[in-house]
Design a protein around this ligand. Structure first.
Ligand SMILES: [Ca+2]
Ligand SMILES: [Ca+2]
Ligand SMILES: [Ca+2]
Length: 347
């Protein structure tokens, strides 16, 4: 009986020895970090830090610090039986390093995990500055580009385009744009369009929307002006006449004046906001052709008007003698002829 007890004691001691040996050699728990991902930029200043372990653990010890040596005054240490810790105190907007070590059920601590870091950023980027088109303009381009200033803090832009100022209907709504512009790929309908932009930083913070901008797509050319004065085919005695035509839905008129009907050479080729044009210098006597077209505020040119002409005639042609004078002269010359005849007969 004594022998049996001695043997049992030896076996027990050997078992404990073996167990401790295994624990020290093979049972050390390896800890690996899980989230936030290494190098992550997060917009949560009270994040949950999670990790895993190669075996069962009885306790985990974590370290969080702003330096990767974990020896600065703001080092934050703690222990938990869980494989995560919820940071309850708001972290500053800076970079934090962290690592975890775990203890197994034999109370043997493993080595620290590798060190990861994450950056806390809860500040949204600045509101984008719209570059073009300027708000309120009309344009004849129905596939315009919307452009805003780029911001290095912005990771992605979102642009919304709508035909209503409350954006209840969204024609486009791309939310993951790398570029600081949006180019329409399909023609826009004519009418007023509203748009706005916002940015998202690398942590996922959105800034507020820009103010609502608008532009009007107008691809319809203005009406054709009707020429009014001088009358077509008019012969005029002044060499700097006032040209006048009907007012149309145009903000600019182009006037061409030429001595050649096909306008291959131009005496005048001017633009004016008025629906008339006072020729500033003198035209030579002769026939002058003229035509007018209009451009609307969106930049659409209309068709040319009909071509009219007028004749400038300023040189005074000597007047023919009046009928009375002709008669008197005729009578006078007849008398002279008669007297001359009589005088010749007397000789
Ligand atoms: Ca930020
Ligand atoms: Ca128009
Ligand atoms: Ca006019």
């Amino acid at each position: 009986m004594k022998k049996i007890l001695s043997f049992s004691l030896i076996v027990l001691c050997f078992s404990v020895f073996i167990h401790v040996q295994i624990d020290n050699v093979q049972g050390i728990v390896y800890t690996y970090l899980d989230s936030p991902n290494n190098t992550a930029i997060i917009n949560d200043n009270t994040p949950r830090l999670q990790w895993g372990a190669s075996g069962t653990t009885s306790l985990c010890r974590y370290q969080i610090d702003t330096v990767n040596t974990f020896d600065s005054p703001n080092q934050y240490n703690g222990t938990t039986i869980m494989h995560y810790v919820d940071i309850w105190f708001p972290l500053n907007e800076t970079t934090y390093y962290w690592r975890v070590q775990s203890r197994d059920h034999a109370y043997v601590w493993g080595t620290y995990s590798s060190t990861w870091y994450f950056t806390v950023d809860i500040t949204p980027p600045a509101i984008p500055v719209i570059a073009s088109p300027a708000s309120g303009i009309s344009m004849c381009d129905d596939e315009p580009s919307l452009l805003w200033n780029d911001d290095v803090e912005v990771y992605r832009y979102q642009v919304q385009v709508s035909n209503s100022s409350d954006f209840s209907y969204l024609l486009v709504n791309p939310g993951d744009m790398l570029d600081n512009f949006y180019a329409f790929t399909d023609p826009l309908d004519e009418g007023k369009w509203f748009w706005r932009v916002r940015g998202k930083d690398y942590a996922g913070n959105y800034c507020n929307w820009t103010a609502t901008y608008n532009f009007t797509v107008d691809t319809t050319a203005p009406a054709i002006p009707v020429l009014e004065t001088p009358d077509n085919l008019a012969i005029i005695g002044e060499n700097n006449p006032l040209l006048d035509w009907s007012s149309i839905d145009a903000t600019l008129y182009q006037v061409q004046i030429s001595s050649i009907m096909n306008f291959s050479t131009l005496e005048y080729n001017i633009t004016t906001a008025n629906s008339y044009y006072q020729i500033p210098t003198t035209l030579d006597d002769g026939v002058w052709y003229w035509r007018v077209r209009g451009k609307d505020d969106a930049g659409n040119w209309g068709y040319w008007s009909a071509i009219w002409w007028f004749k400038v005639e300023t040189v005074v042609v000597p007047e023919l003698p009046s009928i009375h004078l002709v008669a008197i002269l005729t009578i006078a010359s007849s008398i002279i002829v008669l007297l001359l005849y009589r005088k010749l007969r007397k000789k």
